[in-house]
Design a protein around this ligand. Sequence first.
Ligand SMILES: [Zn+2]
Length: 149
Amino acid sequence: MKYIKDADKQTGCIFCSLPRDSSDLASLIVERGKLGFVVLNRFPYTSGHIMVAPYAHQATIELLDEKTQAEMMSLISHSIRVLRSVYRPDGFNVGANIGCAAGAGFAEHVHFHIVPRWVGDTNFMSTTGDVRVLPEDLETTWKRIKEAW
Ligand SMILES: [Zn+2]
């Protein structure tokens, strides 16, 4: 899997390695901020599932300095604004899994998930089980979100 294989050589961390990729499309980065960046989840729960991460390799929010914490919140807010205009969802799940026990797939570098939700989408998900049927491919999602940013 390319996503895993491309982990940073020093830290072995995908969130350190992604922003070093010069191609925004290859890395699926939609916005590079001063202290953090916004990237599409390569394995989305719904179309428009994005993640916000700091450049700093820290496992948890309280280890980030205040400026970085503030920029995270601002990137999350703008992500919601953009996703609202592009996908017209009925709601959002926004959050971070901190620590493996909390379900973090990648626990060493804190990141926030922003998942657009629609009324009825949980019924759809439970009937299809593990199969995630997405209405559009990642390149299309990337273009739409980047254009709206
Ligand atoms: Zn990292």
